[in-house]
Design a protein around this ligand. Structure first.
Ligand code: SAM
Length: 339
């Protein structure tokens, strides 16, 4: 099933909680937040019922995210529910890694396929400043445990000028040492990124420049089959890394991602200001056909190109003003939608 720009419905991100145990400066910089009402948060059985409908509508890749997904109690039982469904070709998890070491074996046993850990700095003080918690050791332990159980993993790093842009090579070296591919993400002006400004974005071109000064020639890896947003590169020694240039070179034209929040709102674009409510029909007992019709008509009418539209703006600032809007609607937050 394709949308108006010919993009298939394939990739579903399930945010299982809006709560997080870190307060990353680029995602949750405020002192307090409005949370989703607990009674609105879907039970695992409810999410699972929606996933069945999405699978019937064409989804085959699922990523669990949040907030911090490992904060959701008994996540592995949910992983088991999803991994056992026919039609799931890829089941992945994005986590900040703080709670990973303790849960990794249960997640693997439940059928999780892949792990991405977010890590923005290797410096303890900097980690604390950036996330407000002294948890770098726990993240390292999570990464080591993930490697033990899953083999090669991915590490996602948001690069911010003046914050961690001097650590690109150190992170590539760290990736080599723990058998992980690091993917550098351009700082995005998503909802929640209230400290964003164009001057703080380090572009893909700048990152490549900095890395080639250290490593010499860097070769782009041509992978036409990949629908991943990251462009991948190889160093002379064979080590690889990725860059996700969502801010300066958005990939809207091939974006097959949509996001379901923990309370059942379905967003067709990270920048969408409105979502499609699936909780209300689900809880009122809508049939599978009715739910499928909502999803189908939503996707068929999709023409979002949020990141491209942001790029076209002349005077670009933080996407959502904190006081006016963000405080009133937690759905606009990146930590509610999942990254
Ligand atoms: N807590 C989990 C984690 O840290 O991976 C999952 C949720 S987090 C919102 C998902 C991803 O979104 C993380 O890799 C995070 O770095 C990314 N992210 C959040 N805000 C961002 C921003 N302003 N620009 C780019 N990436 C961002």
């Amino acid at each position: 099933m394709n949308d108006l720009l010919g993009r298939p419905l394939r990739n579903l991100r399930l945010s299982v909680t809006d709560r997080c145990n870190l307060r990353c400066e680029y995602c949750m910089p405020e002192d307090d937040y409005v949370w989703l009402p607990r009674e609105d948060v879907l039970h695992f059985e409810e999410i699972s019922a929606l996933v069945d409908v999405f699978l019937a509508a064409g989804v085959d890749k699922i990523r669990l995210t949040g907030g911090e997904p490992l904060l959701r109690r008994d996540l592995s039982s949910f992983v088991r529910m999803i991994s056992s469904k026919r039609g799931v070709s890829d089941l992945a998890l994005t986590t900040n890694g703080v709670l990973l070491a303790d849960q990794i074996d249960a997640l693997k046993a439940a059928g999780l396929g892949r792990i991405t850990v977010s890590l923005d700095t290797l410096q303890r003080d900097r980690f604390k400043t950036l996330t407000r918690f002294d948890q770098l050791d726990a993240v390292h332990a999570g990464i080591v445990a993930a490697h033990r159980v899953f083999g090669r993993i991915k590490i996602d790093t948001v690069v911010i000028r003046g914050v961690n842009d001097d650590e690109l090579a150190a992170l590539v070296e760290y990736g080599k040492s723990v058998d992980a591919e690091v993917r550098f993400i351009e700082y995005m002006d998503v909802g929640g990124a209230s400290r964003w400004s164009p001057a703080r974005v380090v572009s893909r071109a700048e990152m490549l420049d900095a890395l080639s000064r250290r490593y010499g020639a860097i070769e782009a890896i041509d992978d036409p089959a990949s629908s991943a947003p990251a462009d991948r590169y190889a160093l002379r020694d064979g080590a690889t890394f990725g860059i996700i240039a969502s801010t300066t070179e958005p990939f809207c034209r091939s974006c097959d991602r949509s996001r379901l929040t923990a309370d059942g709102m379905w967003y067709l674009c990270l920048y969408a200001t409105r979502g499609i409510d699936l909780r209300a029909p689900l809880r009122r007992g809508a049939s599978v056909e009715e739910l499928k019709a909502i999803i189908t008509s939503g996707w068929r009418g999709r023409d979002d190109r949020g990141a491209e539209e942001r790029l076209a703006l002349g005077d670009r600032r933080a996407f959502v003003p904190v006081q006016d809007l963000l405080r009133k609607d937690p759905h606009l937050e990146m930590h509610t939608r999942g990254g």
